[in-house]
Design a binder for this molecule. Sequence first.
Ligand SMILES: Nc1ncnc2c1ncn2[C@@H]1O[C@H](COP(=O)(O)OP(=O)(O)OP(=O)(O)O)[C@@H](O)[C@H]1O
Length: 359
Amino acid sequence: MRFHVVVQTLKGNIRVFCRVRPLAPGSSDVEKLESGQPVLAFPPAGDATTAGVELTASNGNKNTFTFDQVFGPTASQEEVFEEISLLVQSALDGYKVCIFAYGQTGSGKTHTMLGTPDQAGLIPRAVEQLFTAARALEASQGWTFEMKASMLEIYNEEYKDLLGKGPPAGKKHTVTHDERAGMTAVSHLEAVECADPKAVRALLERAARLRAVGATAANERSSRSHMVFLLSIRGANATTGQRLNGMLNLIDLAGSERLKTSGASGERLKETQAINKSLSALGDVIAALGSREAHIPYRNSKLTWLLQGCLGGDAKMLMIANVAPTLSAANESLCSLRFAAKVNATEIGTARRSTSFAK
Ligand SMILES: Nc1ncnc2c1ncn2[C@@H]1O[C@H](COP(=O)(O)OP(=O)(O)OP(=O)(O)O)[C@@H](O)[C@H]1O
């Protein structure tokens, strides 16, 4: 347990990875410039703890970025998870952990977070790992753990429960924070007790079906909304009296691409404004935390308001910037990499575990 704490603290509380997805099989997309140069290349970063990615725009301009990790198109789900597993594990030590997938529509966010049945993504792998570790601690060190999962969608600046029925007619979900206890409560949100990883898989399938229904009904809704997976972990140790509250939030953000708003109207315009608002609010919160401002603008979006207890000095954050390798995506990839670079340049204080001893 102690080992996890030390390693993660040394690496800092905000980390940024970049993941480049492969070209779709049979795709007619172009991934090279006319000169034959690839749009994305992976130069060495110059030190052992970071990795580089270089994007060449259609005008030939090169933009180089360094992140904590860069995964090329051949990186497997397992390789990506390996780099994240320590961070996930720390939720079981009483930390609040937030992992975001950021990028334009089609850049691989959902593949990274949820994956497919034969290429499981971060969420199922994280839950499986936490179960295994919790069981081992229960068997060897007198701990008991309770894990509860919720899933919600934020669409047009409104919360929607993906597992339960949601609030009664005429009511909305409300989010309240108990700062002293470090707890967040969402009204009318279903929290499903996770007795084993199989239960979580069933739950993810249920949520995916619900989102899919939305997608046909509301114009590719899944890429126009944020999907938030929340796992709360309560631990109690009968031998030592120690208690802990960990939290793992895994977020598949809405597509970050800027629509040409001049052509967008009605629902589409409203969606775009809501996405732009919440993504820039997320960037603003991170920037305000980094510059130690007295006021952190959590209230500026439903996303930052929901996650405020897990965004900040006490929490650990990871942003995965997903990018597509194609020439047609190069402009949006550049925007994503710039956003990620800004996050990467932010320093947030040392994470704190939420633990206490029963009297
Ligand atoms: N690393 C990868 N390996 C293999 N296939 C991938 C990978 N990343 C993405 N894909 C595939 O590329 C396509 C687009 O990916 P995905 O749906 O994850 O993008 P997205 O960013 O979540 O898009 P949206 O915003 O529409 O949800 C999917 O068919 C997905 O299976």
